[in-house]
Design a protein. Structure first.
Length: 180
């Protein structure tokens, strides 16, 4: 019988770990077991009939790791419920690595045209309900926007960056681009 939400969550977490496939567990702990340098030059591919297939970046890596596979097997089998019987290293599938997604540039909030210049914490206060929280937020927004210039189209307070970039607020800019 469960005594608390914490007990229920622990039970679900244990069940999820129990149902997790051996290959998923292996991929998650691979770098920890083999080290970061080896992990950078290898990629686990699959487990078939308790034999792990690993792609390597070069034949030299495949050969060196083949010599130390018994040690790796011992370490990996400590992490897995079903033990592996062998590891095969090959360069055959190394080049089929999916292309890394292009890293998006990091944009600071200050460089965004809608940035107003100050951060406001809108956290709930103890004992505050949703209506009170909304009222606090609305008051803070009104005070914050009081000193902002007005959009020439809709007369709403607008961050200066939006007026510099589009000559109108972002909502009016969106409406203009839809209508054109």
């Amino acid at each position: 019988m469960f005594k608390s939400v914490h007990d229920i969550l622990n039970s679900l977490e244990q069940k999820a770990k129990w149902q997790e496939q051996p290959f998923q567990i292996l991929v998650r702990c691979w770098a920890e077991v083999v080290g970061t340098v080896v992990a950078g030059n290898t990629r686990p591919l699959s487990i078939q009939r308790d034999v792990l297939s690993v792609a390597t970046s070069s034949a030299a890596w495949a050969q060196n790791l083949t010599f130390s596979r018994q040690t790796l097997l011992l370490k990996l089998n400590q992490k897995l419920a079903t033990p592996l019987v062998d590891i095969r290293f090959s360069t055959a599938e190394w080049k089929t690595v999916p292309l890394a997604r292009k890293q998006e540039p990091i944009v600071s909030p200050q460089s965004h045209p809608s940035y107003v210049g100050q951060e406001i914490n809108f956290g709930f206060r103890r004992g505050e309900n949703a209506s009170e929280a909304f009222a606090s937020w609305a008051k803070a927004m009104q005070e914050r926007s009081h000193s902002l210039p007005l959009c020439p189209v809709c007369q709403c307070p607008t961050p200066p960056g939006e007026l510099q970039r589009w000559n109108v607020c972002s909502l009016c800019c969106s409406k203009q681009s839809i209508n054109h």
